[in-house]
Design a protein around this ligand. Structure first.
Ligand code: ZN
Length: 334
């Protein structure tokens, strides 16, 4: 197991700390979705537990008893704690089990390691249950907390972990890696990475669903709406059929690009780089204030769709399309 090429800086930093025996008991790994936080934590944990690792490279040997157990997924000194259902919160009982687990003596005599993913799936009560362990960690324990949304974590948790940030991977290293994955798409790696928010693994998974195709549909619909050549209600219902969250996100990214084009024209740093001509075509018939108001409005509706009130997605989309040509002020949205 190796870390990904865009994680080199973070790996070196932690290896150095480990070498100097000043690794903290709790690390908070943060970065965009698809940056490989889980793979990083597991790879790092594997070399921590390895019985004959290469000191210079910091790589686990891959063959010792510990590495074999690790690779088989049956090492007793590492545990992954995640919500029982995707998107749900972690339960207090899971945190209590985790605390008991890291307090027990390790099998290998080295460490007891736990990975909490996503750490922001802890609410106030579960976070409080973990607090004492973070304040007074058992001597052989090591916790990896992983999060794509660290601001959702209670400050009490954040302040008791050492934070390691992974920036969005958009540079040549990530482009080269993505190109080496021999994916099937006519989109260049650079565009895919931008669309994936700098998460190379997300870029790959996006190719497997229809998300990327939705951009063409939405852009075409925005053009028709602008020209008033279509029934807005029909558009809203077709968007609903495509999904919810990814439609909101795709829509916001398209409007952001329209704003960038309006402001910076040729120099605009677009996410939907491959749609530049179509976006340019549309931006000529829109004004900046209307675009900014529309962006605020879509963001507001998106927040409503993910909030606790269970808004009807079709109604939210209808409000967006009806609003498009006569956008209300942002004040209305707050
Ligand atoms: Zn080993």
């Amino acid at each position: 197991m190796l870390t990904y090429p865009w994680q080199e800086k973070q790996k070196q930093r932690l290896l150095e700390m480990q070498h100097q025996d000043r690794l903290p008991h709790a690390l908070l790994l943060c970065g965009p979705e698809g940056i490989g936080l889980n793979e990083f934590a597991r790879t790092f944990a594997m070399q921590m537990l390895c019985l004959s690792k290469d000191i210079d490279s910091g790589h686990a040997c891959g063959t010792c008893q510990s590495c074999q157990l690790f690779t088989a997924g049956s090492h007793p000194d590492i545990s992954l704690i995640e919500p029982e259902e995707e998107g749900k919160q972690l339960k207090i009982a899971q945190i209590r089990e985790l605390i008991e687990y890291v307090t027990l003596k390790s099998f290998s005599g080295k460490l007891k390691i736990a990975i909490i993913e996503p750490a922001d799936a802890m609410n106030r009560a579960t976070a409080n249950a973990l607090l004492k362990t973070l304040e007074e960690p058992p001597p052989q324990s090591m916790l990896f907390l992983l999060s794509h949304r660290p601001t959702n974590l209670p400050i009490t948790i954040r302040s008791r972990c050492q934070r390691v940030d992974f920036e969005p991977a958009l540079d040549q290293t990530a482009i080269n890696w993505l190109n080496s994955q021999s994916y099937e798409s006519n989109l260049p790696a650079e565009v895919l990475l931008r669309l994936a928010g700098g998460g190379p693994l997300k870029a790959l998974s996006m190719l497997e669903d229809k998300q990327l195709q939705h951009r063409y549909t939405l852009l075409k619909d925005l053009k028709s709406l602008t020209k008033k050549k279509v029934d807005p209600v029909q558009i809203a219902s077709s968007w609903q059929a495509l999904g919810s969250e990814n439609i909101f996100i795709t829509l916001m990214r398209l409007i952001q690009d329209l704003i960038r084009l309006k402001l910076q024209q040729e120099r605009a740093n677009l996410v939907n780089l491959d749609l530049k001509e179509d976006l340019q075509d549309l931006v000529n018939s829109l004004d900046l204030v209307a675009l900014v108001r529309n962006y605020d409005f879509v963001l507001f509706k998106y927040q409503q769709s993910t909030g606790p009130m269970n808004y009807n997605v079709l109604s939210l989309f209808e409000e967006i399309v009806v609003n498009w040509n006569k956008p209300k002020t942002a004040k209305y949205c707050l």
